[in-house]
Ligand binder design. Structure first.
Ligand SMILES: [Zn+2]
Length: 157
């Protein structure tokens, strides 16, 4: 039996304030592998907002050698995971229910992003077998939700 893949629906743009991201971010290479995420650049300390309702399933904190740094993963009711990393601060407790637009942390460059400008590494995925992720490309959804003023200022194409 094949299960239908849930459709990604983002309810809230994940960063508050001014931000910028590349439309190609998902397909760019990082350390030889496809990025599978969007890097949303912003000002350090701007709020990270949960993109949809869900349950907090994993929180990590900055420690030496960590790639993600401060990060939070939530899972929606239809089985889509949202992972946000490199946060400056994370305000999340595993097991809590959150709503789209609730604050999960602040934009930063923790983990292995210390040499990069502050941004949120935001990915979405489903899990189809033990530890097997299938990434969903959120570019269209993020462009749909992006502030028109920011779009015209920056020029996205
Ligand atoms: Zn990234």
């Amino acid at each position: 039996m094949t299960k239908k893949r849930p459709k990604l629906e983002i309810k809230c743009f994940p960063v508050d304030g001014n931000y910028w991201f590349s439309k190609n971010s998902f397909f760019e290479k990082r350390h030889g592998l496809q990025h599978n995420a969007i890097d949303i650049f912003s000002i350090r300390g701007n709020m990270y907002l949960y993109p949809f309702d869900g349950e907090i399933v994993r929180v990590t904190y900055e420690e030496s050698g960590s790639k993600a740094g401060n990060s939070v993963t939530i899972k929606s009711e239809n089985g889509i995971y949202s992972f946000a990393s490199h946060l400056d601060e994370v305000y999340a407790v595993e097991g809590r229910q959150v709503k789209a637009g609730n604050m999960g942390g602040k934009v930063g460059n923790s983990g292995n992003a210390e040499k990069t400008k502050p941004h949120v590494h935001q990915s979405f995925y489903t899990i189809y077998a033990k530890n097997k992720h299938s990434f969903l490309n959120p570019t269209k959804e993020l462009l749909r939700l992006a502030d028109p003023k920011l779009k015209s200022k920056i020029g996205w194409s």
